[in-house]
Design a protein around this ligand. Structure first.
Ligand SMILES: *Cc1c(COP(=O)(O)O)cnc(C)c1O
Length: 362
């Protein structure tokens, strides 16, 4: 049996470190915005070689708060892609702004920069490139388009902790970047969590106010804010896991490379030459998706689809007004993609077994 995902194996490998960290927090009696969150923020900023990091309650809230910090709201447009976690678009709409969808490339499955310019209008305030499945978008042309028009770039790094673009980690290129620490992400907490990173001191300051009622001083709101805080337990856990992230990402890449070497019956993910992906997911394309899934599942091999419906195909987002013909690549991908099991603890033997089972559908 090869499950699609197994979080218990990783805990076994770091159990003593995690148990020490959680015991330290429980004994301290300090649970919200304390020393663990501050230390994690410093370490997470240093990991990205950026000046500021702020822990928040989730990846969705990280995107929402980052957009609010950029001053985005009703009447504005924010461009992103149709093949993303619904969180990206939900966060845009929470600000009152309108989400504009730009189709993706068939090879990288990432935002198609050639189409991006056409999606820009005088109301466009920000672009959210999503580094989907652990691979960086082609950031240079996006940044060039955005800077020429004074449009902000918010990187959605929820699936790309540690991925690089032209030698530097994603998240350090845009005006601001958002991370999720949902348990299954490359860097995952044991609960919800998120972070925002930036080099801009004024933006970081607004983020820190927004995440806690607009407080600079306790009980005195400078601006209207909310409650979205990373807690001390999750921060202590994330500090342990951050030390293992590069090794875990390398293990993911090794397994991904073996899949790509062995797979013949499906289109493997395409690695773009400009960076090093971290394979949050290993997503293949095949028009024979149903027989592939049935064959794997009959051998107790888990599969998943990220995501079975593009944003514009979901009932809640018909308001955006797109048909499949407007976004043909993302619409086709929603029908043809399958995610194969991939995590650092998956054995290379299991990778071979999955690849053999996939090749049977050829
Ligand atoms: C997981 C994810 C999010 C949202 O993160 P949560 O912590 O679950 O709110 C946003 N964007 C992408 C691309 C994601 O994969």
């Amino acid at each position: 049996m090869i499950p699609f995902f197994d979080l218990t194996k990783q805990y076994e490998t770091i159990k003593s470190e995690i148990d020490d960290a959680t015991a330290r927090v429980l004994k301290s009696g300090w649970f919200i915005l304390g020393p663990e969150v501050s230390a994690f923020e410093k370490e997470f900023a240093a990991y990205h070689d950026v000046k500021f990091a702020s822990g928040v309650g989730s990846g969705t809230e990280a995107i929402h708060i980052a957009l609010l910090a950029l001053g985005i709201g009703a009447g504005d447009e924010v461009i992103t892609v149709p093949n993303t976690a619904v969180a990206t678009v939900a966060a845009i709409e929470l600000t009152g702004a309108r989400a504009v969808l730009c189709d993706v490339r068939a090879d990288s499955m990432l935002i198609d920069v050639a189409q991006l310019e056409r999606a820009i209008t005088p109301r466009t305030k920000a672009i959210i490139p999503v580094h989907l499945f652990g691979q960086s978008c082609d950031l240079d042309p996006i940044l060039e388009l955005a800077r020429a028009r004074k449009i902000f770039v918010l990187e959605d790094c929820a699936q790309a902790h540690g991925a690089t673009y032209r030698g530097k980690r994603v998240g350090s290129y845009g005006d601001i970047a958002a991370y999720s620490f949902y348990p299954t992400k490359n860097l995952g907490a044991y609960g919800d969590g998120g972070a925002i990173i930036t080099n801009d001191a004024a933006l970081a300051d607004r983020v820190n106010l927004l995440r806690q009622y607009g407080w600079r001083e306790r009980y005195a709101s400078d601006i209207k804010g909310m409650n979205s805080r990373l807690d001390e337990l999750q921060a202590a856990i994330l500090r342990v896991k951050l030390r293992h992230l590069d090794a875990w990402n390398a293990a993911r890449c090794e397994r991904a490379a073996l899949y790509t070497e062995l797979l013949r019956a499906v289109t493997p993910p395409r690695e773009m030459a400009y960076g090093q992906p971290v394979y949050h997911l290993y997503v293949v394309q095949t028009p024979k998706r149903q027989s592939l899934i049935s064959n794997l599942n009959s051998r107790s091999i888990g599969t998943a689809i990220q995501y079975p419906l593009a944003i514009h195909q979901q009932a809640a987002y018909t308001n955006l007004g797109y048909r499949d013909a407007d976004l043909p690549v993302a619409s086709r991908l929603a029908r043809e993609i399958v995610s194969l099991p991939l995590y650092p603890e998956l054995s290379l033997g299991d990778v071979r077994a999955v690849a053999n089972a996939v090749n049977e559908i050829a």
